[in-house]
Design a protein around this ligand. Structure first.
Ligand code: IVH
Length: 745
């Protein structure tokens, strides 16, 4: 091979290796096997060995190199590394916005909400697209040169993946971090050698970055993620969103979850959502960061002494209350839809007002990532009314007797095979394991329990245990079977075991049968909800029930088909738009044909829009949900459901949900939102009552909302209502108004 050929081959190999490296380490979606990757890498190494003149510093073979250093060189940051002002509740966030408005009266709120990553801050420089320098935060003005160590982190590209010429300078700000399971493995190795261990991933990361020998850093499995820019030259960004998107294009890892919002209350709501979903992120979070999106506005806002005036850290104090407990066992539950979820059984602890003894661990991936083992001492956290979660293992408490947990390879209920479904887009698999056996007793019991629960047909007395026993004793396999149970069958049901029987009894049985009798005539939307159609929540159920006379008519609904068709036309219009980028440079005749088609489709769209509007489904049922509902009734399960409804003579609970006021009431025709906890009503009961009074109940506060009924612990909806001047009623006022109308009727 000539040097010239070798050079071309080396360049091609580097591009390939960089891409596969990114797919493996950052995206976790490898396209080739490890041996295939190793073969590419080895070929490049051999080429570079044969032609040493070809070696460049950014070659993937040069990540770990150089002799150990004596000490770190001190370097100045081009732009200082700032810290952020902290906000703790919505009110403080509103003051932040007020401050912005004071400086910029015509400010149009637009924010990006992203996780605040709890790692170790780093700064890296790319000069002409190549990684040139890596620095610790230090005192914010100057830090240590840790370039050799940062080069060993596979997530950090040695060369930006730019299509065109790279920017002259890009100073990036981010965080290095370690995954919990890697810290624990590392501690095991350190302990075996009698060395000091690290109590948390942050310390472990900092310690790993401060190694004088980059070969040691390379063994620590560090990761990195970037979220801000320092100095830049030769590139412009219009907004923070633009920065995140561009960095992603360059294959620089950025936060996987972030949101764009256009008011501060939505920012607050998204920050809460991030908190609830932090388990989806590979790093630990420390609240979130809310940033003004528009860069020109950020520049005008500038600094507030030494913190930016355009971004704040949001950390609600209750997000950080933690306690430790012992994890005694991990059991696997099979849900109504067949998804398996591991649940930790822990020694009962009291945290923020509740006793906690069971904690969902979501899936095997989460257990692996946090390296949770049976017998571990674990840190658990519970934010407000959010479900409790295991944060991390206290690995100093490990004794060596802990046991690894593995997901079963068959359904723990029916012993059937398990499957992983493909995600809607592309090849990747869902993490969830599912049992798809329709006769699976656990799924049947959970479907019955769901049907009878508060959000469903509210059959009091029919809970988890009764549902389990009905299935186990072959008395019911679906909610419909409940309607043919006899008093005797139910009364003699043994909720205990053969040796220690616990008979359900006639009184309880009679109560359930009476509730079921009532359920027969429950409004259609309650039925839809209780049957748990995929993607159908309360508002969708109501929209379906008020526009269709029966379940059967939903199954063959032309209204739903029209919603899907409208979406298709919209998509076709996009494709036919002669100004679309894909048609650039096409011959005039082709463009003229497109214009004609575009006009025709637009007319068809207008006509369809009118029909869909008069169909009355409203905005509750989008095309994806419509398609899912229709597809469900084509499945075996869906068809069986319709058959049962027919044979049991249940088609007439079809009385549409009350839409018009049945009682003269101050709520008649009003749009009402309920938020927070009410003392005398469950959320469902409040909604039902309001609907009986002719109100339209919605989930979110807008200018169209007439009343907000606010219980205790009301959060962002209350704030938004105040901001919009919506009339707010406390529970007492709500009851008074209800009573006045009841009295007059
Ligand atoms: S932005 C000019 N975004 O938190 C604004 N910082 O308390 C610079 N941090 O020094 C910071 N995640 O080390 C920003 N998504 C994120 C962050 C983040 C973590 C760290 C960063 C910063 C400190 C401020």
């Amino acid at each position: 091979m000539s040097e010239c050929q070798a050079q071309a081959r080396a360049a091609a190999l580097r591009t390939d290796i960089e891409r596969h490296n990114h797919l493996y380490h950052v995206r976790a979606e490898p396209e080739i096997s490890d041996p295939q990757y190793d073969a590419l890498y080895k070929e490049l190494q051999e080429l570079e060995h044969a032609f040493p003149g070809l070696v460049t510093p950014e070659s993937p073979t040069q990540r770990v190199g150089g002799a150990p250093q004596k000490e770190f060189r001190r370097v100045r940051h081009i732009a200082p590394m700032l810290s952020l002002e902290k906000k703790e509740d919505l009110h403080e966030l509103e003051l932040f916005e007020t401050d912005v408005r004071r400086k910029i009266p015509d400010f149009q709120p637009e924010y990006i909400v992203e996780p605040k990553i709890d790692g170790v801050s780093i700064s890296v420089h790319y000069v002409d697209g190549l990684l040139a320098l890596g620095v610790t935060r230090g005192d914010g003005e100057a830090g240590d040169d840790i370039t050799a160590n940062l080069r060993t982190i596979p997530d950090i590209p040695l060369r930006l993946a730019c299509d065109g010429p790279p920017p002259k300078l890009l100073e990036l700000r981010g965080e290095a971090y370690m995954i919990e399971a890697d810290r624990i493995a590392m501690n095991g190795a350190l302990r075996a050698r009698g060395e000091k261990t690290f109590a948390n991933t942050r310390n472990a990361t900092a310690g790993s970055l401060k190694q004088l020998d980059p070969k040691l850093t390379a063994q620590r499995h560090l990761h990195a993620v970037f979220y801000a820019l320092g100095a830049v030259d030769g590139i412009r960004f219009a907004s923070h969103e633009d920065e995140l998107e561009t960095l992603k294009q360059f294959r620089v890892p950025v936060p996987a979850l972030w949101f764009k919002v256009s008011c501060i209350t939505d920012a607050e709501a998204r920050a809460r959502e991030l908190k609830e979903r932090e388990g989806e992120l590979p790093y630990e979070t420390d609240g979130s960061v809310i940033k003004v999106n528009d860069n020109a506005t950020c520049e005008r806002l500038g600094l507030k002494t030494n913190v930016p005036a355009y971004a704040v850290a949001y950390k609600r104090p209750e997000w950080f209350s933690e306690t430790t407990t012992k994890l005694n066992n991990i059991v696997v539950q099979v849900g109504r839809t067949g998804v398996l979820s591991p649940v930790a059984e822990v020694e009962t602890v009291f945290l923020e007002g509740t006793n906690i003894s069971r904690i969902t661990l979501h899936n095997a991936e989460e257990i692996r990532r946090k390296d949770i083992r049976i017998g571990d001492t674990v840190v658990i956290k519970r934010a407000g009314r959010v479900i409790p979660a295991v944060v991390r293992v206290v690995d100093d408490k490990r004794t060596g007797t802990e046991r690894l947990f593995t997901m079963p390879d068959h359904c723990p209920s029916c012993n059937g095979p398990l499957v992983q479904r493909k995600l809607a887009d592309g090849e990747a698999m869902e993490v969830a394991l599912r049992c798809e056996n329709e006769a699976c007793p656990a799924q049947q019991a959970r479907a019955i329990e769901y049907f009878a629960a508060r959000g469903g047909l509210n059959v009091e007395g029919l809970g988890e245990i009764v549902a389990d026993k009905l299935v186990e004793r072959n008395l019911a396999h679906s909610p419909f079977d409940l309607f043919i149970l006899t008093l005797e069958q139910l009364a003699t049901l043994n909720l205990g075991s053969e040796s220690a029987p616990r008979i359900f009894g006639e009184k309880n049985a009679a109560r359930i049968l009476a509730a079921l009798e009532q359920a027969r005539s429950a409004p259609l939307h309650k039925w839809i909800q209780a049957l748990g159609l995929p993607s159908v929540g309360e508002s969708t159920a109501i929209a379906l029930a008020t526009t269709h006379p029966s379940l059967a008519s939903i199954a063959h609904s032309e209204k739903l088909q029209r919603v899907i068709e409208l979406a298709r036309i919209k998509e076709d219009i996009k494709q036919a738009n002669p100004r679309a980028r894909i048609h650039k440079g096409k011959p005039a005749a082709e463009l003229a044909a497109l214009t004609a088609r575009h006009t025709e489709l637009s007319a068809r769209q207008d006509e369809r829009k009118r029909t869909v509007a008069s169909d009355g489904l409203g905005s509750e049922v989008g095309p994806a949900v419509a398609a899912e509902i229709l597809a469900y009734f084509e499945t075996k399960r869906g068809k069986a459901l319709l058959d049962r409804v027919k044979t049991l003579g249940l088609q007439s609970p079809a009385a549409p949900a009350p839409a018009a006021a049945t009682i003269p009431s101050p709520f008649a025709g009003k749009t009402v939102v309920v938020t927070g906890t009410l003392q005398h009503y469950s959320r469902e009961a409040a909604h039902d009552t309001l609907r009986q009074h002719g109100a339209k109940v919605t989930d979110s506060v807008s200018k169209k909302t007439d009343f907000l009924i606010a219980g205790t612990d009301a959060g962002s909806k209350l704030a938004k209502a105040q901001q919009l001047g919506v009339k707010i009623l406390g529970e007492a006022e709500f009851q008074k108004l209800l009573a006045s109308s009841n009295a007059s009727s």
